[in-house]
Design a protein around this ligand. Structure first.
Ligand SMILES: [Zn+2]
Length: 119
């Protein structure tokens, strides 16, 4: 999947990304962009740290966290989720296609006897 985002477009997606408001496509575009753009990566990381890390630190004051690692894990998890969802979507459409094909063949064999000798 190729990212066509400019830095300006990527930066507009950062806050919605943090707020979990992006659809899969925009999310994938943003993650693709930050992989090759250090400036936007840093901006996303900074925004992430402000909005998320404080929450982690608030919830567990006794632990020390590596905020950068939390961010990297977060990005990795999101990328895995996107990959899983796109694989699931491919299987769904494949299943749909096979189901429709079977329906079509069943209908064809009913209306055209001898069309498919094995049905
Ligand atoms: Zn950029």
């Amino acid at each position: 999947m190729k990212s066509n985002l400019t830095c300006r477009e990527a930066q507009l997606l950062i806050q919605p990304y943090i707020d979990k408001e992006l659809d899969d496509r925009s999310c994938a575009d943003l993650l693709e962009h930050i992989r090759t753009c250090p400036g936007c990566y840093e901006e996303l990381e900074t925004t992430f740290i402000i909005f998320y890390a404080l929450k982690y630190l608030d919830n567990d004051k006794n632990s020390s966290y590596n905020i950068r690692r939390i961010f990297q894990n977060h990005i990795r998890r999101n990328e895995q989720q996107l990959r899983r969802r796109s694989i699931t979507r491919i299987f769904y459409y494949l299943l749909l296609f096979v189901t429709e094909l079977l329906l079509l063949l069943t209908a064809a064999s009913r209306f055209l006897p001898g069309f498919l000798p094995f049905l």
